[in-house]
Ligand binder design. Structure first.
Ligand code: GLC
Ligand code: GLC
Length: 638
């Protein structure tokens, strides 16, 4: 089949319908048509690949284009916060992820916190899902009952719009979640399915045959094994099993049905119309299932994302996608391209910074990033240390094996280290989702508690406090200097400790991720601006941010991960047109010394450590104290 020709022919058949629509806005009509002509081929290719065998694909295409056109007509007015399409590459960027209620109370109060965020340097605000969701347990909002309705406890749709406008006025970006792998079992589609409506039953994976369920379970990974074994939940109303990768009230959508693609695209466009700049594609690895496979990151998952991406190019071109794939590094990287997700979480660097802190060795971090850090032009990592979820030890076992590390054993060690079962560990973490069959588990806790601040403060041990503060600074210094957009997690900027109050809430008790989801109080903010350990956390972070935002080399530049030939040191260089930067970090409590030749990469004799303000002499060894980091900077010679 000559795809280009078929695409043209199909578009020619569909256009009269689009033209005949009643357009409110004449210029929107012209622009939309031009966008379609430019991007339709990509959309068509993806949809034919996924749904070419459906006799009614043309009907779905027609309906999709009508949705896109209606959206374009209604929202053409959405203005870009800036005209730079590559804003996400700038050194000025700093992200923060917050829960509306835990961070501020509600949307209105969050708007009042904009000056605080601004003073910190934050210009990218990710709001955890704030849509209508079931009362009680809603997986922190990740079970959506209505994509078009703000959870009334947080405010109204108008409040969200007002927040988006207020952020944009300050030059800040709004990031919302697109939770599209599943809906809650209270979503109207799920309700209709439960009521026996065949059309909506096809929106989900409902299986009547227990053997089939068993066949799928054999090859599919269990994500929440303490919630339920296997990936299916029995639904009394219809005498069938429904696919539930996560909690039993989160029903996976059936993307093998083209109608689901069209329906959810319409929901996505609604989120776009709220004025957000980035959509976080939640749990995107799970969106396509096929018997006999792991049902994660299948090729069709990529095709689907390309199709969503093409819809945005046609109708909301300012929007970017951020991938949330917390999977094997090779699979993480496959989602990253301008045709799929321009942004992606960097779970590899995240996990391996924690790994290096525990072992005081950097070989796995260095070797893994050498292999996996490079991503295509005009895409960026979103670097982070902690988030609202657990830490999963997702590195490539083959890379570990080459270094003499047994991946599985090492994961067990790290879980013990971070959950206080390893003697001498500084960390105070909590295990998450221990799998009784294979002993797998993940770790939760705040930045401060996992780096030892909690135990040190409790023991009133000044030396231990100092070391914990240095660990926090070390992680922040890497996160803020590595190529990408650094993302802070609410409370970590204040040195907030683990919060065990979730244990008293029957809806949260079983989900230890709540230990790092503390409602922030005035006291938390006050402590962080007082003379205290928390005050030092905040102060150190602010210094790093200020320096980052005032040097272009932190934005666009080439990145090279370097060998230091020292087991405790991690180093990388950033080579820009006018500036160069060499970062060296000591992951141990020992003083270490790195031969001066490492600075050759800067090709300069005028070097300064931006963090201490000291000038460096060429060829002199670089001495790093316990957990010290240097940001060696130079202006590139012409
Ligand atoms: C993502 C979210 C996590 C949630 C899951 C299911 O991984 O980060 O919090 O439990 O998706 O939506
Ligand atoms: C798994 C999933 C990830 C999700 C997490 C929630 O790691 O791969 O998407 O965020 O579970 O705990």
């Amino acid at each position: 089949m000559d795809r280009a020709f078929e695409a043209q022919k199909t578009l020619a058949r569909l256009l009269p319908g689009i033209n005949a629509k009643r357009w409110k806005n004449k210029s929107a009509k012209t622009e939309f048509k031009a966008n379609l002509e430019q991007h339709f081929q990509r959309l068509f290719d993806a949809l034919v690949e996924l749904y070419g065998h459906h006799y009614d694909l043309h009907f779905h295409l027609d309906s999709l284009l009508n949705h896109l056109a209606a959206h374009y007509d209604a929202n053409q007015g959405i203005k870009l916060a800036s005209t730079d399409p590559y804003w996400y590459q700038s050194e000025k960027n700093l992200g923060m992820a917050v829960y509306v209620d835990l961070f501020a109370g509600d949307l209105d109060k969050l708007r009042q916190r904009i000056p605080y965020l601004k003073s910190l340097g934050v210009n990218y605000l990710h709001l955890m899902p704030l849509y209508l969701s079931p009362e009680g347990d809603s997986d922190g909002g990740y079970a959506v009952s209505d994509y078009r309705l703000v959870n009334p406890e947080l405010g109204t749709n108008e409040d969200l719009k007002a927040l988006a406008d207020a952020l944009h006025q300050e030059g800040m970006r709004l990031v919302l979640d697109f939770v599209f792998n599943h809906t809650s079992d209270e979503h109207r589609w799920a309700q209709a399915a439960k009521a026996g409506d065949k059309r909506y039953q096809d929106y989900y994976y409902l299986l009547e045959d227990g053997d089939e369920v068993a066949q799928y379970n054999e090859t599919v990974r269990e994500i929440f094994p303490t919630v339920r074994r296997g990936s299916f939940t029995w639904v009394e109303e219809v005498d069938a099993w429904v696919w539930t990768t996560f909690n039993s009230f989160q029903w996976d959508l059936n993307y093998a049905n083209p109608e689901v693609f069209v329906a959810i695209t319409d929901e996505m466009l609604h989120l776009a119309s709220l004025g957000c700049d980035v959509l976080r594609l939640d749990a995107l690895a799970f969106i396509w299932k096929q018997k006999g496979t792991v049902c994660e990151s299948l090729p069709q998952a990529h095709t689907l994302i390309k199709a969503f991406n093409a819809c945005l190019r046609i109708c909301a071109p300012q929007l970017l996608f951020k991938s949330e794939a917390i999977v094997h590094p090779d699979e993480v990287n496959k989602y990253i391209s301008v045709e799929e997700c321009q942004l992606s979480y960097n779970p590899l660097m995240m996990a391996l910074m924690w790994e290096s802190l525990a072992t005081r060795e950097t070989k796995l971090l260095t070797a893994s990033l050498k292999r996996s850090f490079q991503i295509p032009q005009h895409t960026r990592w979103v670097n982070y240390i902690r988030c609202h979820d657990d830490i999963g030890w997702t590195w490539d076992d083959a890379v570990a094996g080459q270094l003499g590390i047994n991946g599985q054993d090492h994961r067990l060690f790290l879980n013990r280290f971070y959950t206080g079962q390893f003697e001498g560990s500084f960390a105070r973490g909590v295990p998450f989702q221990m799998n009784p069959s294979n002993g797998d588990c993940r770790v939760c806790g705040t930045l401060a508690s996992l780096t030892g601040l909690e135990s040190a403060v409790e023991a009133k041990d000044a030396k231990a406090i100092e070391l914990a503060l240095r660990r926090i600074r070390l992680l922040n210094a890497i996160n803020l200097s590595m190529t990408g957009l650094p993302l802070l997690y609410q409370g970590d900027e204040l040195g907030v400790l683990n919060d065990h109050a979730y244990l008293d809430d029957p809806h949260k008790r079983e989900d230890s991720r709540w230990v790092n989801r503390k409602p922030l109080t005035e006291d938390d903010f006050a402590l962080a601006s007082s003379v205290s350990a928390q005050g030092r956390v905040a102060e150190q972070l602010q210094q790093l941010i200020t320096i980052r935002q005032s040097h272009a080399v932190f934005g666009s530049s080439q990145t090279e991960i370097l060998e230091t030939y020292n087991p405790h040191a991690f180093s990388f260089a950033r080579i820009g047109d006018r500036e160069r930067l060499l970062v060296i970090a000591n992951f141990s409590e020992q003083r270490i010394s790195i031969p001066g030749s490492i600075t050759d990469i800067l090709a300069s004799i005028q070097m300064q450590d931006l963090l201490s303000g000291k000038a460096l002499e060429r060829d002199k060894p670089i001495v790093l104290e316990a957990y010290e980091v240097v940001w060696i900077h130079t202006k590139a010679s012409a």
